[in-house]
Design a protein around this ligand. Structure first.
Ligand SMILES: [Zn+2]
Length: 76
């Protein structure tokens, strides 16, 4: 489910993100990283505000201290 718009998409239409060992948000480009992931669909609207959803990210990742790099950019 997309973190931003809450719609459901098939996995290949979504981008996956996890919190790494330093609790920084990172993109799981190969859909292979361990741990809880969050997903964002590929619409510009959602991608544009995905990284700003700090509270939702923290909750979904069960990582209250998750940090989002100021330069965080989503790669399609
Ligand atoms: Zn979305």
């Amino acid at each position: 489910m997309c973190l931003v718009c809450r719609r459901r998409f098939s996995k290949k239409d979504m981008l996956r993100f996890v919190a790494d060992e330093k609790e920084s948000l990172c993109q799981d480009r190969k859909y292979r990283l361990k741990g809880r992931g969050v997903y964002c669909c590929r619409t510009e609207e959602c991608l544009g505000c995905f990284a700003k959803q700090a509270q939702r990210l923290a909750k979904s990742l069960r990582c209250p201290g998750v940090k989002v790099d100021i330069d965080f950019a989503v790669e399609l």
